[in-house]
Design a protein around this ligand. Sequence first.
Ligand code: MN
Ligand code: MN
Length: 306
Amino acid sequence: MELKYYKRAGEIAHRALKLALDLVEPEEPVLDLCQRIEEFILNNGGKPAFPVNVSINQVAAHYTATIDDDLLIPKKGIVKVDVGVQVDGYIADTAISIPLDSLQDDLVEAAYRALLAAINVTKPGESLSFIGATIEKTIKAFGLKPIRNLSGHKIDRYTLHAGKSIPNIRAGWGTVKKGEVFAIEPFTTNGAGVVEEGVTVTIFRLRSVKRIRKRSDLNALVEKLWTRYRGLPFAKRWLLEFIPKEDIENTLYELSRHKLIDSYPILIEQGGGLVAQMEDTVILYDENETINLTNSIKLYEEIKYR
Ligand code: MN
Ligand code: MN
């Protein structure tokens, strides 16, 4: 039964986020943080469904430590840790925001309230636009903005973004249905409410296993990457397992030139605002029961007054 696998993935992801709460502190190297959380996932019977994202302040998402990364957790601001765990392809996706000083408390609290409100209305038959409107209304009540071009998403086996989106504003068509799995992820900001792509890229994804003529080296690598990650995102630093460090940039360029990979640039708040995020993965088990698989909500409640 797939529920069993989803629950296992969710529990490992929850515990990985709990570990992140212990590890995140000023001057901690982001590379150590990512590696320790990914190791924890592997040691506990899961696999990372994507590299651990550690996105700081104006960076909303899609930063993971790169090779020889020397970035440190700053003394002030907000750190978002976004973790994905898969068990046999069943994915749990969850994130928490850690305010490093009290000035950012509202941004995190608003994201938490929005996630809580959204989960409460996510039941079979509910419209995506109503869930989005619930998130938008909750965030605006704090005098903050939701990020309108980021959204939650339906999850399928080995597929992180399976079509339907849960917007963070009143938008979109369609409804959520019984049996479906969704990541719900409100983002709050005191900036413009829009993110744009930055130049830094540390995360990639294989699009297909199409063969390239006369490039047995690339074909062999693609084969290995597919076996390991399927179409799920991987980090540049993860390639060290397959190819020498000095070949990585060129290999990524070649894979991209042959349209075999997608890249995920970091996403930055357009108005230079600080960004907070909360995310849980839920399964619409039946009409009366939506199961929160990852429960970052509970972790936030635990740290709120500590
Ligand atoms: Mn996520
Ligand atoms: Mn997500």
